[in-house]
Design a protein around this ligand. Structure first.
Ligand code: NAG
Ligand code: NAG
Ligand code: NAG
Ligand code: NAG
Ligand code: NAG
Ligand code: NAG
Ligand code: NAG
Ligand code: NAG
Ligand code: NAG
Ligand code: NAG
Ligand code: NAG
Length: 778
């Protein structure tokens, strides 16, 4: 295990850097603790049965129920958690970028309320406190905290380490000074003077380790009084609420504060990492990478929470200055390993004295747990850290091992029972089942010979008329434009064109008839009948009294009584439409791809139920390669447009655009000047390009439709969540988009989040009432 393969010029450069950058503990953690009221949850990256893979799982300390949090294509590299939330950080092999996902872990159990809150330059460190998560971003190590509006960290600070408490953030500056920010007056402004090699934060106190790691200084509410004569050798720290633990270089843990001492059954055990939150302290055992926790009554029965976890973040072996942690060989992809901290100075004797029966497949590699580093001092620790930093800046090549798990799959754990297909009218029963064949004469009668007065618009293949059937039912009648088709043509070319367009129309008619006659769903416009007489092609639908979603959404100013003037109602309409599309994809046999999802094709009936309409260009199978690209500019899936490969994911893209319209209030294609504060440019702009960067930067509020003030923080959360879903729907590659089923699940959650609030606030027995408007939030 060579100390480093840094080349000489690098080495010199690094030494210079090191003088000002004392070592910190690992900037990332693979174990995280969440506490909220009575629930303690321990999350960790656990190796999966498949070699080189690991997954993010969470376990409730009380019930020991375990949950799985799937990653995208790249597995999580690190986790962070606070009271009631969990974050998973993804760093691709070349460390060029980072993405972070966020889940709420509510007190009453698990709920996968997931968002992507970051996508951007790689992170150099990630830390969380009870309420917030912060990171150092990019090569400049700029501190950033998410969802912490009143936290002000001065600009231009390049921190070498960050630690987060409940109401404060502490950073270690390049030369070892500690600065804290926030409103916790027991911590902020009381930072000890001097130079430190590490900083850590608990709920209401913070600690620093002296430059040589031998002294511990803590301050803040309930900070421990550490005997200044006590000599330690600190490798890392874990702070909770009035609990302080340090991990020493021989692997032992020393704690201050009531109930914070490791239980006797763990006396003398060696750890590779420790974490604290509230009253819980957890550590990763060196001998078998088990996670054991203590401090909280819930752990008394069984301290072991995970039998084996990933003991650190996988990074390229070449960046490990002090070699790879023994026993972690099979846990990372090829060329990667878990670097051993250079600060551990263990005699192999002490590890040999521990039971070593629990060694995995790579038993031979686990001869010793931790290296004897007699001659290697602090400098190498610093070197390792710096190598890592330099590595962050360099792009290394590696064959990416694709870990494809779809994170949104679990949004929809309990799909609604699919309708029994036997109940649906089938092609063979066309005209005999629920779809009626109308005579042309009867249609002439109810529309006064297709009078202009009855005309309400035009669809993909002709005009639409409103009429009332003899029984009193209101219907919309879609009539193919026969007159244009029948006009005599001047030339052969025109004749060809005419034939072609006639064929198109005929195809659209049959397509829609064939499709609609065998589907039946409350969120799809119901086909009542058709007429195929004397060259006429007519379809008869249920009448949608409230017109199109597009008209309501983009009418300015917005009618105050419009259901689109509340977020809860917008989300309900989105859910309606999503269910209709999901039905087409998942329950129609064969599956139907709509191909023209847009806000003008989402209609609203008399009680404001949204229904998907216009199946003129729909296709029944994804195998129609080479077919003419259909769809509408602004809604069309770029992948489909480019490759002409049609899948259900094309509809998901288009629906994502509709969701963005609902969230932002902007048309799919709009002019920049329509945006408040725009510079008057008239360049047409796509809502995807406009909104997604803000959504990914966690600035949804900037692009939210200002005509609808959010009623509450919950509602804002729900809308932000839907915005994230929309951003996922419009990903460039179809495989990265969720399925409609997953979108439905996500929208159900968002609607429920709004509805819960209504129910909890409404009088007993009272129906749904308007959401109350809270004056401020976040
Ligand atoms: C936590 O408390 C809530 C009510 O306060 C209760 O519904 C829930 O079951 C409790 N959870 C556990 C794990 O005890
Ligand atoms: C993660 O949790 C799931 C339950 O949600 C469980 O089935 C799976 O085995 C766990 N994974 C590991 C590696 O323990
Ligand atoms: C922080 O880093 C940036 C970019 O590396 C640099 O421009 C800036 O001067 C640094 N600021 C301080 C205070 O070191
Ligand atoms: C600090 O700010 C948080 C909100 O960020 C607030 O809940 C808390 O009460 C404040 N604490 C003090 C001591 O002002
Ligand atoms: C740090 O030094 C400053 C000025 O030298 C002094 O005012 C302050 O009290 C010191 N802080 C501590 C915690 O000793
Ligand atoms: C620290 O050690 C010195 C001398 O060894 C002794 O005088 C002093 O009382 C000790 N302090 C504490 C707090 O034990
Ligand atoms: C570990 O080191 C500390 C001091 O750094 C010492 O007090 C303790 O006895 C050591 N433990 C073992 C098991 O060597
Ligand atoms: C403690 O929990 C771990 C992880 O769930 C399990 O593997 C182990 O068997 C449990 N031990 C006892 C004594 O119940
Ligand atoms: C891991 O090692 C500890 C300490 O030796 C032991 O108590 C525990 O049972 C081991 N865990 C497993 C899962 O074998
Ligand atoms: C292991 O410890 C024994 C005494 O406890 C000592 O004699 C021996 O030299 C040690 N071996 C190593 C490799 O440190
Ligand atoms: C390799 C890679 O995906 N790089 C991307 C990282 O993110 C920036 C924008 O944040 C893109 O421009 C890079 O292409």
């Amino acid at each position: 295990m060579s100390p480093s393969n840094a080349t000489e010029p690098f080495f010199f450069l690094l030494l210079l850097v090191l003088l000002c950058l004392p070592a910190a503990a690992s900037p990332f953690s693979t174990v995280a603790i969440s506490q909220s009221s009575n629930v303690t949850i321990v999350c960790a990256l656990v190796p999966s049965p498949v070699a080189y893979r690991y997954e993010l799982n969470c376990t409730s300390a009380c019930t020991r129920e375990q949950r799985w949090y799937p990653a995208g294509r790249t597995p999580y590299a690190a986790v962070a958690a606070g009271n009631g939330f969990l974050c998973g950080l993804t760093l691709p092999a070349d460390r060029s970028n980072a993405t972070m996902r966020w889940w709420a872990l509510p007190a009453h159990g698990y709920e996968d309320y997931e968002k992507q809150i970051y996508r951007g330059p790689s992170l150099a460190a990630l830390a969380s406190g009870d309420t917030h998560v912060c990171a150092l971003i990019g090569g400049s190590r700029r501190p950033h905290c998410w969802r912490w509006g009143d936290m002000v960290i001065p600009e231009g600070l390049n921190l070498s380490e960050i630690a987060v408490g409940r109401d404060f953030v502490c950073g270690r500056l390049g030369c070892g000074a500690i600065r804290c920010f926030g409103n916790d007056t027991a911590v902020v402004g009381r930072e000890p003077n001097g130079s430190f090699s590490m900083v850590a934060a608990g709920t209401r106190h913070a600690c620093g380790a002296s430059s040589d790691g031998r002294q511990l200084t803590c301050w803040g509410e309930e900070a421990p009084q550490v005997d200044s004569n006590l000599t330690l050798d600190i490798v890392s720290m874990a702070l909770g609420e009035s609990k302080t633990c340090v991990l020493q270089s021989n692997g032992t843990v020393l704690c201050w504060g009531e109930g914070s001492r490791p239980p006797d059954s763990l006396a003398g055990e060696q750890f590779v990492a420790i974490q604290g939150r509230g009253d819980a302290i957890c550590g990763i055992l060196a001998i078998n990478f088990s996670v054991v926790c203590w401090g909280n009554e819930l752990f008394r029965r069984n301290h072991t929470i995970y039998r084996s976890v990933l003991p650190g973040t996988c990074s390229p072996i070449s960046s490990c200055g002090c070699g790879v942690l023994p026993g972690s060989g099979t846990m990372c992809p090829s060329d990667e390993g878990i670097c051993q901290s250079c600060k551990f100075q263990l005699s192999s004797n002490s590890s040999n004295s521990s039971p070593s029966s629990q060694q995995a497949s790579s038993g031979s590699k686990r001869r010793t747990l931790l290296l004897v580093l007699g001659t290697v001092g602090l400098g190498l620790g610093l070197l390792a850290l710096s190598s890592f930093l330099v590595y962050l800046a360099l792009k290394s090549q590696r064959s990416g091992r694709v870990h494809r798990t779809v994170w949104w799959r679990r949004w929809r754990q309990h799909p609604a029972a699919p309708p029994s297909l036997a109940e649906l009218p089938l092609d063979s029963r066309l005209g005999g089942g629920t779809v009626e064949e109308f005579s042309l004469q009867s249609l002439y009668e109810i529309t006064d010979n297709f009078a202009e007065a009855h005309k309400i618009g035009s669809g993909s293949f002709g005009a639409v008329y409103r009429a009332t059937l003899p029984g009193g039912r209101e219907v919309a009648i879609k009539r193919a434009d026969v007159h244009a088709a029948a006009a005599p043509s001047a030339s052969r070319r025109h004749e060809q064109l005419r034939r072609w367009s006639e064929e198109q129309r005929e195809r659209a008619f049959h397509s829609e008839l064939a499709l609609l006659s065998r589907i039946n769903h409350r969120n799809l416009v119901l086909l009542l009948g058709f007429c195929r007489e004397r060259g006429e092609r007519v379809l008869v639908y249920e009448y949608m009294a409230n017109g199109t979603l597009h008209d309501h959404l983009h009418r300015r100013p917005m009618v105050p009584s419009s259901p689109l003037s509340s977020w809860a109602a917008r989300l309900r309409l989105a859910l309606d439409a999503a269910r209709g599309i999901e039905y087409l994809h998942a329950y129609a046999v064969p599956a139907i791809i709509h191909r023209d999802i847009k806000s003008t094709n989402i209609l609203l009936d008399g009680v404001w139920t949204a229904k998907v309409a216009d199946f003129g260009v729909s296709l029944t199978s994804p195998d129609n390669e080479g077919s003419v690209a259909a769809g509408t500019v602004g809604y069309m899936d770029p992948e489909y447009y480019r490759l002409r490969r049609l899948t259900e994911k094309s509809d998901v893209y288009s629906f994502g655009v509709v969701l963005l319209e609902l969230v932002t209030g902007f048309k799919a294609i709009h002019r920049a000047q329509e945006v408040e504060g725009g510079e008057g440019s008239t360049t047409p702009r796509n809502v995807v390009e406009m909104a997604v960067p803000y959504i990914e930067a966690d600035d949804v509020a900037v692009v939210m439709d200002r005509r609808v003030p959010p009623a509450s923080a919950e509602e804002l959360e729900a809308v932000a969540y839907v915005a994230y879903v929309a951003a996922e729907c419009v990903r460039a590659e179809g495989q990265d988009r969720p399925t409609m089923g997953e979108v439905v699940g996500a929208l159900e959650r968002a609607v429920a989040a709004c509805a819960d609030r209504v129910e909890s606030r409404s009088e007993p027995g009272g129906g749904r009432r308007a959401l109350s408007r809270a004056p401020s939030f976040m």
